[in-house]
Each structure stands twice: as structure tokens, then as C-alpha cells.
Design a protein around this ligand. Structure first.
Ligand SMILES: Cc1ncc(COP(=O)(O)O)c(C=O)c1O
Length: 382
């Protein structure tokens, strides 16, 4: 007799259902699945969500592509350095290195795992052209200090906001502080469209260039062809752009997810608070630092910090009980292909002691209790 498979608790999990299916069905019925009205609406609604002008927000095929586009749009290339936290998504480092520039990895705060003005400043040189930051697990970086630093040095700022779709700092959406901000809607994010992303470009002229670069360089404003009325197949390009656009199937899912987003964040916030209560006061175990009063978090990660010799053991102990965990993000300065010789002790220690445990809106209270009980059991606190 087949036994019922034990339930596994995922670290991240999308919530996609009937509403998204119906939205996709409507796109099928319209006979137009490419980039069209639904995508324009998704961009407008996402701009409203950010409280940003609609002409600064552009959909993009994925966040990694947005990072690559950002580097290109800012004219970063050979001879330039870009400072970024070593605890970053690999696409950030790749975007810099693939354009011939040098990624210069900086250390992070030991508790937030965010880069700070201080850790960034320690790695600036006369070749630095830009700084990239990531809001770790949705917890905003200290943006006042970082913006002041980059402005005082005349540097560009790129924000990877993939973890922070609903995070704010002093009332302003994370991702809108920099020259370029990028979001991801891949299958493991809070808002999921399958694959996809958004870009925010602070300067309208840069936003216009992004629009063209994302779609083959086709010129959208500056006179396509003087014969457009008679010969609509003629065109001009302003740059050798790629095709990194989003279609209406993806955007239809995104529109539904955007409506549901506040409920996702609310549920993640509750889970975060349940973990805080259930895991407080365990000797040798740290829970994430509190979200500062002037900020709000997406609560995309819940990270535990243990003694380094305990971390892998805890991960295995939880996995044997059907609870998946991970560590985001393995320090890039330790990835050989980047050829970095940096020594970044805080990040190196964090990489051995930090574990991201499950947190997503589909978790039930029972799931949360199961995780709390298992962690407490591991520490012999029952
Ligand atoms: C912080 C961060 N940035 C960027 C990305 C890349 O997003 P995408 O999968 O949309 O390219 C990810 C994906 O995991 C991420 O976690």
C-alpha cells in the first residue's frame, strides 16, 4: 500500500492559482500573446506600486538581464571598477565582469549582511565608476549614507532589488534610490511570473535609452521612418540592442500577483514574527536584526546565525525532517572565476554561520511550528 509522501517545506514557494490561470486564458482568447497592452498596464501598475512615474519603469525578461542592461546603459566597461557586496547574486558580478570592468567586492555588516557606506568606501579607488547594492532578504540598506557617499564621489548607483519588491526606506521604495533599480519575478521570488523582471531608471533620458536597448535598438520616438504611413515595415535603430522584452502572458500573471502582493507580504511578516517569538533566547542562535522604524521589509529571507561548526549540521538536521534551507549568497570573492584576492572576514564568517530557513506566504501555522520545533529540538530546547 502506498504511503502518503511526507510534506516538504520549501524555502521559497510561489502562490499561483485560478486567478492567474484565468488572466492567462483571457490573453489566449485575445489572440495576442506578445508584448502589448497588458504589459504596458503591468509596467504602469508596478510604477504606481513604487510611487514612481510610469515613464521610468520598464519590464525586462529577467533581473539578470536588467543588471547587464544597467551596466551598459551607464557606459561601464574596460578600465572601470564597480564596488559591490561580496554577498550578492552571481548575476551582479557577471554583469560587471562580462563588460570588461572589474568587480571589486566589499564586505558586509555582520548582522544585516548588507553593504554599508563604510564597507563600500573602503574599496573605492580612482577607477571606481559605480556602486551596486543589494537589500539582503528585503531588509533595506542604510540608503541615506550610501547615497551621500556615491553622490559625493560622483559615482553611479545600481540597486538590485530582487529581494525587496515591497521594501521601503524612509517611505521610498527600495530600487528607486539608484540610477538603475532592478527586480526579479522568477519562480523563487515573492511576486512570481515564471520569469521576468522590472527596471527603474531614475533619469527619463536613460529610461528612453533602456526602452530601445531592451527591444533591438528600435527607435520608439525619434522618427521611425518618414514613410511610416505608407511603408510601415521600414525602421531605424539607435543602438545594437537585444530582445529582452516581456510578453502579455507573463504580464497578465504579474498583474494578478501585484494585486495579491500586499497579502503575501502580510503573511510573510506574520511568519517572521512567529519565528522571532519561537526562536528567541536560544543560546548560540541569532535571529535576523529588527527592521528599523524608518524602513519596511519584504521579509523575503529569514536568516539564522549559528556557531560556524553547527550551521551545516543544523541544515542536515532540518533536511532530514523535510525542511529545506539554504544560504544566500555564497561570497563572490571566493568564486575562483572572478580572480579576486580580497579578504573579507565578516562575509567569510557569515557564509559559514548563516542559514536561510523557509519563509513564504504559502506556509501554514503548522509548517511554521514544525520549523520552530525542529530548530529548538536541534538546540535541545524543547
Ligand atoms: C538578489 C538577486 N538578484 C538577481 C537575481 C536574478 O533574477 P532573475 O532570475 O530574474 O534573473 C536573483 C535571483 O535569484 C537574486 O536573488
Amino acid at each position: 500500500m502506498a504511503t502518503e509522501a511526507a510534506k516538504l517545506i520549501n524555502v521559497f514557494q510561489p502562490s499561483l492559482g485560478q486567478q492567474e490561470l484565468e488572466a492567462v486564458a483571457r490573453v489566449f482568447e485575445s489572440n495576442w500573446t506578445g508584448r502589448g497592452k497588458i504589459t504596458t498596464e503591468f509596467e504602469q501598475r508596478f510604477a504606481d506600486h513604487l510611487d514612481a512615474p510610469a515613464d521610468r519603469v520598464r519590464s525586462v525578461s529577467c533581473c539578470t538581464e536588467g543588471l547587464f542592461q544597467g551596466i551598459e546603459l551607464l557606459g561601464i566597461g574596460r578600465g572601470d571598477e564597480v564596488v559591490l557586496p561580496t554577498i550578492s547574486f552571481v548575476g551582479m558580478g557577471n554583469a560587471v565582469a562580462a563588460h570588461g570592468a572589474t568587480p571589486v567586492f566589499c564586505d558586509v555588516d555582520e548582522r544585516t549582511l548588507n553593504a554599508t557606506a563604510e564597507t563600500i568606501e573602503a574599496r573605492l579607488s580612482e577607477r571606481t565608476k559605480a556602486v551596486m547594492v543589494l537589500h539582503y532578504g528585503g531588509l533595506p540598506c542604510e540608503m541615506d549614507e550610501i547615497v551621500e557617499l556615491v553622490d559625493s564621489r560622483g559615482l553611479a548607483l545600481i540597486e538590485d532589488s530582487a529581494c525587496s519588491v515591497s521594501s521601503t526606506y524612509k517611505g521610498r521604495a527600495c530600487g528607486t534610490f539608484g540610477d538603475v533599480g532592478v527586480w526579479s519575478f522568477d519562480s523563487m521570488k515573492t511576486l512570481v511570473t515564471g520569469d521576468g523582471g522590472m527596471m527603474h531608471l531614475r533619469d527619463p533620458e536613460l529610461a528612453q535609452r533602456a526602452e530601445e536597448a531592451l527591444y533591438l535598438g528600435l527607435q520608439t520616438t525619434s522618427g521611425v521612418s518618414s514613410n511610416a504611413e505608407r511603408r510601415w515595415w521600414e525602421f531605424e535603430i539607435g543602438t545594437f540592442g537585444r530582445r529582452a522584452i516581456v510578453n502579455d502572458i507573463t504580464s497578465a500573471i504579474g498583474l494578478v500577483q501585484l494585486e495579491r502582493l500586499p497579502s503575501f507580504i502580510e503573511r510573510s511578516r506574520e511568519i517572521h514574527a512567529q519565528y522571532d517569538r519561537g526562536l528567541a533566547g536560544i543560546d548560540g542562535l541569532l535571529t535576523p536584526p529588527a527592521v528599523p522604524a524608518e524602513a519596511s521589509s519584504t521579509h523575503y529571507f529569514y536568516w539564522l546565525q549559528t556557531a560556524p561548526e553547527k550551521r551545516d549540521e543544523l541544515a542536515l538536521f532540518l533536511r532530514e525532517r523535510g525542511i529545506y534551507t539554504t544560504f544566500r549568497y555564497y561570497p563572490l570573492h571566493l568564486v575562483r572565476h572572478y580572480g579576486s584576492d580580497a579578504s573579507l572576514p565578516v562575509a567569510e564568517r557569515a557564509a559559514l554561520s548563516t542559514l536561510c530557513i523557509p519563509i513564504h506566504q504559502a506556509m501554514t501555522d503548522d509548517d511554521v511550528s514544525q520549523v520552530v520545533d525542529a530548530v529548538r529540538q536541534f538546540y535541545g530546547v524543547v
